[in-house]
Design a protein around this ligand. Sequence first.
Ligand code: SF4
Length: 387
Amino acid sequence: MAGIYIHIPFCSKACHYCDFHFSINISIKNDFLKALTNEIKYRSTFLFNQTIETIYFGGGTPSLLNPMEIYQILKTIYNHYKLSESLEITFETNPDDVSEIYLKDLHNLGINRLSIGIQTFNDQLLKVMNRNHSSSQSENAIKIAQNTGFDNLNIDLIYSYPSKIDNLDFNTIYILQNDLEKMCAFDISHISAYHLTIEEKTVFGNWNSKGKLSKILDDNAIIQFDLVVKTLFENGFEQYEISNFARNRNYSKHNSAYWLGKNYIGLGPSAHSFKDNLRISNISNNKKYIDFWLQNDYSLIESIQNLEILSSKDKANEHILTRLRTKWGIEIQYIKKLISNNQSKIFDEQVLKNLNLKLIEINKNHIFLTQEGKYLADKVALDLFCE
Ligand code: SF4
């Protein structure tokens, strides 16, 4: 099983907290699409004809593409890859881009999973984050998606907002309660709930350094995480990854494949590809990406991608990093096969330490985070990493 990720590197405006790769210069979109077509064809041999089970349009803002542009991308993929009959195609969209006609077109193109970037239903917060939509547009977008037949629907939620942003005060626990209540009232199958991280090179990062923003305290972040987990559980959602919740086992097949270490191809600027022990990272620069893929000489491909050969130790650490956060847990035997006796001894010591701290538990030879451990997942992963 393998997947394809397509990064659409454009947004209509820059959200104040976002450090993903995107540009608001949409004038080069046509050139980007031509370049992307060439990359799709070129990378088609990367996975040696493995069957593609999932396609994911992420970004940036994929909903800046019109249906004809999406059709052209999918057509190129269909012509060059072997595809599963039960293909999951996910498409990320912002609420302000949603209309009945647009979603009908997406549905007719075979897109069967929609992810809407709601973030919060609080209008003042949306404004200060520089989001392009209002809460009523969000509610409308969900209703339209459901009416157009998107049963497999994800909503993105952000929590742990600063209590002060640009000198405005926010009652963030009240906002979160309201957001969860509204989200759960919709009959949706999936919620991705992310703790807001203040990244340095963003407007929020800048405001933070100037004292115009008060980051949430750790204790309050834990209270909010608990509230998310508890409320979603009570409303029928299973937490199958720290930030991902599904009703009726409607897991994201695409993201689950990442966490389970499956191979994938990443297309577009900043996207990554992964096969066995090889990782390729595309350049995070739209112009350089386009210039390269529009010329017909691919001999200098190393100028726009970075190749990394993963050692056995890297693979073990990758497994720890991704699987620890999931309901599938870390496979102890898999790790042991990849590391030396000495590393194995240190790994066992760290496992014991975290068991004693009640941050992890072991069941059927797999390591899982306890609820307490979920607050400290990054720290536990660091402890378990092999040197
Ligand atoms: S729309 Fe998404 S990718 Fe674009 S700036 Fe906002 S958060 Fe970032």
